[in-house]
Design a protein around this ligand. Structure first.
Ligand SMILES: *[C@@H]1O[C@H](CO)[C@@H](O)[C@H](O)[C@H]1NC(C)=O
Ligand SMILES: *[C@@H]1O[C@H](CO)[C@@H](O)[C@H](O)[C@H]1NC(C)=O
Ligand SMILES: *[C@@H]1O[C@H](CO)[C@@H](O)[C@H](O)[C@H]1NC(C)=O
Ligand SMILES: *[C@@H]1O[C@H](CO)[C@@H](O)[C@H](O)[C@H]1NC(C)=O
Ligand SMILES: *[C@@H]1O[C@H](CO)[C@@H](O)[C@H](O)[C@H]1NC(C)=O
Length: 383
């Protein structure tokens, strides 16, 4: 065994040695040949390069090198980019950029994915949301059918917990003044941000003092089965209606096209796009409807009545009490919350819904102060 191993070792050694000898013998001739080829190739390459640069110019050579470069980390584009909502609501778009982006509208009737239409609940607030617990109760378990957006002029320093329906739902916000165009700007900003989620089909404007009057199933059914959008719109001949019209708005808007309506609307996707895409009426209202013309009560009702009259219910689904008089509606606190108040809200009026008479005219109500939270929680538990 030992002698065989040695033999094998020796055999190897012999082969290697003989190879080395052969290489040594061939060395000078082969190397010279190789060197010759290399020099010839280099000269040829140099000549071709120089003539190419002369012919095409140095720029196009550089450009062609650049354009053929493909970064290896680029993910191929897919439909998710258009069908999935943005992961984070905060963005760096200016209003102009945002409104432009939000005005994109698909023209095909059907969607190439399973689209579950959602209601966008858009909270236009000054500060925090004291009645948030009510909305948490109403919305919990219905995540597939709603999305929440908050436009807050003074975002509260305390963040909502990650389990909250309000967690990270704040959009880039700016100051909005009551009765001024900055208020409509804020509403358009909410609509535009909500339009970025293709699944949002209905858009409800709410405030921090708004409460829901029914459970989510009833609210969703009422809005989704309605043939009309709930935008208040009527012709008010008084000084508080037609009296606020300015002749200089013509020819875009005439006095008989002038409408008034509550700021608290519900619109479908088509109307929401009409609002964000408008560049015709916006400058007229901005310039000629300033206090005592309260633009947030006139701009959208007038514009939509002119553009899409048949789409409007001409009434709001947000109840508000003007019976106490004055420029602001009544606010209800803890001691006001009782069965009489709810009877007044829920049974006090008749209206039409898809052409039928009904006493179910309102889905939301305002204004409720933070002190009303406790009794309202008990009320909502009974829905
Ligand atoms: C927005 O821009 C600022 C600086 O211009 C940057 O610090 C920030 O990360 C950007 N935010 C987003 C969401 O892109
Ligand atoms: C919601 O309220 C309606 C009546 O308004 C009731 O019939 C229905 O059962 C309630 N749904 C849930 C899930 O509580
Ligand atoms: C709302 O008003 C417009 C015109 O002012 C009208 O065309 C439309 O039919 C009204 N909507 C309903 C539901 O009556
Ligand atoms: C609403 O209509 C019902 C029946 O049609 C009637 O009983 C009720 O009094 C009406 N309510 C009001 C506030 O008009
Ligand atoms: C609805 O009520 C009004 C009166 O308030 C009545 O004139 C009308 O016929 C009713 N419509 C229907 C469809 O019942």
């Amino acid at each position: 065994m030992v002698s065989r191993a040695v033999q094998l070792e020796e055999g190897k050694e012999i082969v290697v040695t003989s190879n080395r000898i052969g290489l040594n013998k061939a060395f000078p001739f082969k190397l010279l040949l190789l060197l010759g080829f290399f020099i010839a190739f280099s000269v040829a390459f140099f000549i071709i390069s120089v003539s190419t640069i002369k012919f095409y110019g140095i720029n196009s050579v550089v450009t062609s090198v650049k354009s053929s470069f493909v970064p290896c980390r680029v993910k191929p584009d897919d439909i998710d980019r258009w069908t999935k909502p943005p992961l984070v609501l905060m963005h760096n778009m200016s209003d102009e950029e945002l409104l432009w982006r939000a005005s994109f509208m698909p023209r095909r009737k059907d969607y190439p994915f399973n689209r579950v239409p959602k209601i966008a609940l858009m909270f236009l607030t000054v500060g925090p949301l004291p009645l948030a617990p009510l909305w948490e109760m109403i919305l919990k378990g219905h995540e597939k059918h709603y999305s929440v957006y908050i436009h807050s002029q003074a975002p509260s320093s305390t963040e909502f917990p990650s389990s909250s329906v309000f967690y990270r739902r704040q959009i880039p916000s700016q100051v909005a003044e009551w009765g001024r165009m900055t208020m409509c700007d804020a509403e358009r900003r909410l609509l535009a941000n909500a339009l970025l989620d293709i699944s949002n089909e209905w858009f409800v404007l709410l405030s921090e003092s708004c409460i829901p009057l029914f459970n989510f199933t009833s609210i969703y059914g009422y809005i989704t089965k309605s043939k009309h959008s709930f935008m208040g719109s009527f012709d008010d001949p008084s000084p508080y209606g037609r009296g606020r019209y300015n002749d200089r708005m013509s020819p875009e808007v005439s006095i008989d096209q002038w409408r008034k309506g509550s700021q608290w609307f519900e619109v479908n996707r088509e109307l929401a796009v009409s609002i964000v895409e408008d560049t015709l009426f916006y400058p007229k209202f901005k310039e000629f409807c300033t206090p005592a013309c309260y633009v947030d009560e006139h701009y959208f009702p007038t514009m939509l009545t002119m553009e899409k009259p048949a789409a409007l219910a001409n009434r709001s689904v947000t109840w508000v009490d003007w019976s106490r008089g004055g420029p602001h509606p009544a606010t209800f606190g803890q001691s006001d919350i009782n069965e009489e108040l709810f009877a007044r809200i829920l049974k006090g009026e008749n209206c039409t819904y898809n052409g039928e008479n009904t006493s179910m005219c309102y889905l939301f109500a305002r204004k409720f102060s933070p002190s009303a939270l406790e009794p309202l929680i008990h009320k909502i538990l009974s829905f």
